[in-house]
Ligand binder design. Structure first.
Ligand code: FAD
Length: 488
């Protein structure tokens, strides 16, 4: 049982430090300072998790992580039991412990009137120690069902589903069109947030368990979707939501204007040691990032490491409040002003900035952006305010305005999978599409989201597929709001 008075003894929230900015900008390695990992601090922090009775953190976490249980095991130094408990609900705590925005912490009961428990750092320490101790070993299935499943896409949704289905005894093959596995964890998120060793060592575990991987293979091109369906007893579509939102304003076709994803993809390739022909490079350039989310933040960190002359992020909306506004009370996950490790490293952020035109030089290359102050209209729409235009110098523009959804062209034409009017893949509460035996999970199903949701959906879709194949399932499905539908 937790120490009910721990939070009174230890009021301060202590988290591991990042390496100094000038040092970490010299490399692509994880920003965290390994030297500040300290077991005594972690155990002290874990003891701040009280026996609160109704742990709202369970609901805040899409995976339904059993947070108070592994906090208490951490407090007692029972690291092996802690990782067992953590793995019960999360296949890949090494991903979420590093890059999850931790909605569990914003719903922590202690957070009502004190800084929340450092749930994310505790999660990370539990899994990192488990790998170091050699506690993360393959879980070989005891029996084979003789059923086959194709998982298309090796992001966190596909990997979580594949691991669950393999452990349930199905024969699982993951198809990935990129040359390496991991989806956006590999080629979206930069190493300074998530070094790729963390993906690679999971893949080693999964291969030992029996999951097979096929990289450089694009379903829809190398094999049609209906051919794939005919070869397998079930198919899971976990292809992500890669279609970028554009900014179709005058000058959009100028050189030097790119979507964020090719830029980050190439940056990750280069960090992996690949030769990248014609790499988009920020060195010495005035960089403008349009869009203020995770993708924009990753562009900032990448551009600064490449040696950009300046980095400016433009956001069309208002700057969010620094602390929880009354309109978003505990235990909701509030939208507040975020300072990521990349924001700490440099650059400026410009709010209420509506880009109205890309201005080019004589060679057809972008030279500046014409920006006006955003005006909020009575109907809720946002428009540039006339007469407020100004120019910002720009040699490289990165459009990081989010994603409109999955690429469904081949899937619907070849596979007959129905798509909604808004371009999303139609699915029911059991993750099934309209085509018998074809399921969808992760960003491909819910739209661009978070790693924690991708893992949660991968686990839940695996349970649905197991049920479909065998008529019953013992695979656990997260009990978060959306995924409860599977049990209905
Ligand atoms: P993806 O990770 O997109 O993986 C889909 C995979 O399917 C890809 O590898 C793709 O190549 C493959 N594929 C697609 N079509 C085919 C096909 N026809 N045949 C074979 N393979 C195919 N979330 C967080 O929680 N924290 C963060 O810090 C964070 N940072 C982010 C930074 C960036 C730059 C981006 C873009 C996203 C970030 N996210 C973050 C969101 C998170 O990465 C995604 O929500 C998550 O990766 C979705 O997982 P997924 O498995 O559904 O899809």
């Amino acid at each position: 049982m937790a120490d009910p008075r721990g939070f009174l003894k230890h009021r301060e929230r202590e988290t591991p430090s990042y390496r100094p900015v000038p040092v970490r900008l010299l490399d692509w390695k994880d920003v965290r300072d390994e030297l500040t990992r300290d077991e005594a601090t972690l155990r002290r922090q874990a003891s701040r998790c009280m026996d609160c009775g109704i742990p709202f953190c369970h609901q805040g976490c899409p995976l339904g992580n059993l947070i108070p249980e592994w906090n208490d095991l951490t407090r007692e130094g029972q690291w092996s039991d802690a990782i067992d408990r953590l793995h019960t609900t999360n296949n890949f705590p090494e991903f979420t412990g590093r890059i999850c925005p931790a909605p569990c912490e914003t719903s922590c009961v202690l957070g009502i009137n004190q800084p929340a428990v450092t749930i994310k750092s505790i999660e990370l320490e539990i899994i990192d120690q488990a790998f170091e101790r050699g506690d993360v070993v393959p879980q070989i299935p005891q029996r084979q069902t003789g059923r086959t499943v194709a998982v298309v896409g090796s992001g966190p949704a596909g990997l979580a589903a594949a691991q669950q289905l393999t452990r349930a005894g199905h024969t699982v093959r993951v198809y990935e069109r990129d040359d390496r596995l991991g989806g956006l964890l590999r080629y979206g998120v930069p190493d300074f947030k998530l070094e790729k060793i963390h993906i690679d060592r999971r893949i080693v575990q999964m291969e030992a368990e029996g999951t097979r991987f096929h990289t450089g293979f694009e379903v829809g091109k190398d094999l049609t979707w209906d051919q794939l369906r005919a070869r397998y007893d079930a198919v899971l579509v976990a292809t992500g939501a890669p279609l970028p939102r554009d900014l179709p304003i005058p000058g959009r076709d100028l050189d030097g204007i790119h979507y964020a994803m090719p830029y980050l993809h190439q940056g990750n390739q280069a960090a992996a040691g690949d030769e990248v022909a014609d790499q988009i490079d920020a060195a010495g350039k005035h960089v403008i990032v349009i869009g203020g989310g995770d993708t924009g933040s990753d562009c900032i960190g990448t551009a600064l490491r490449q040696g950009a002359a300046s980095v400016t992020t433009l956001a069309i909306g208002k700057q969010p409040p620094v602390s929880r506004p009354d309109s978003q009370p505990w235990p909701t996950d509030p939208r507040v002003f975020e300072v990521s490790s990349s924001h700490e490293e440099g650059g400026t952020r410009d709010y209420l900035a509506s880009t109205v035109e890309f201005v080019g030089d004589d060679s057809g290359h972008v030279r500046s952006l014409k920006v006006a102050t955003t005006q909020y209209n009575a109907d809720g729409s946002r428009t540039p305010t006339a007469g407020t235009e100004r120019e910002i110098p720009a040699d490289l523009v990165l459009i990081a305005m989010g994603f409109t959804g999955p690429d469904t062209t081949d899937l619907s034409h070849q596979g007959g999978v129905a798509v909604t009017d808004r371009g999303q893949i139609q699915r029911g509460g059991d993750y099934a599409t309209n085509v018998d035996g074809v399921f969808v999970a992760g960003d491909a199903g819910r739209g661009a989201s978070l790693v924690v949701w991708a893992i949660a959906e991968g686990r839940a879709a695996a349970a649905a597929i197991d049920q479909y194949l065998l008529g019953q399932t013992e695979l656990p499905a997260p009990v978060s709001a959306h995924t409860q539908a599977i049990r209905a």
